[in-house]
Design a protein. Structure first.
Length: 131
């Protein structure tokens, strides 16, 4: 028995991104080529700030959030490569920490990637194939 992750977290606090600016919601072909994605952001240490971007712009921004993990929903192209850029900072003195992004496209298997920082700052790009 399996239940899609987005069903389990439905109703939790989340930040929603929007369709790309050049896409009209009322165009059936544009919507059909989109898939809703639940993005779970997990951090080994609570960041001072964490910002996520994709090709369309900023997906989410977290500043001094105390509750982790964070959940973000947004739409992206179906069967496309998804690249998510991350910028994060932690308190000075932190030697290294990990951030994991879990991508759960509606109707598809969840995939995740983890990256480690080399100190209190992190800038990295997470790449997920064929979302």
């Amino acid at each position: 028995l399996s239940v899609p992750l987005w069903r389990l977290t439905e109703g939790s606090e989340s930040v929603s991104g929007s369709l790309p600016a050049n896409t009209k919601e009322n165009e059936p072909d544009a919507v059909a080529d989109q898939v809703e994605v639940l993005l779970t952001v997990r951090c080994a240490h609570v960041p001072l700030s964490l910002v996520l971007y994709n090709a369309e712009g900023e997906i989410a921004s977290f500043r001094e959030e105390k509750k982790w993990p964070q959940y973000v929903t947004f739409r992206t192209g179906r069967n496309k490569r998804l690249e998510i850029a991350l910028e994060a900072s932690w308190e000075k003195g932190l030697e290294s920490t990990a951030v994991t992004l879990e991508v759960s496209p509606q109707g598809r298997e969840t995939v995740s990637e983890t990256r480690w920082s080399d100190g209190p700052l992190m800038e990295d790009v997470f790449t997920f194939e064929s979302i």
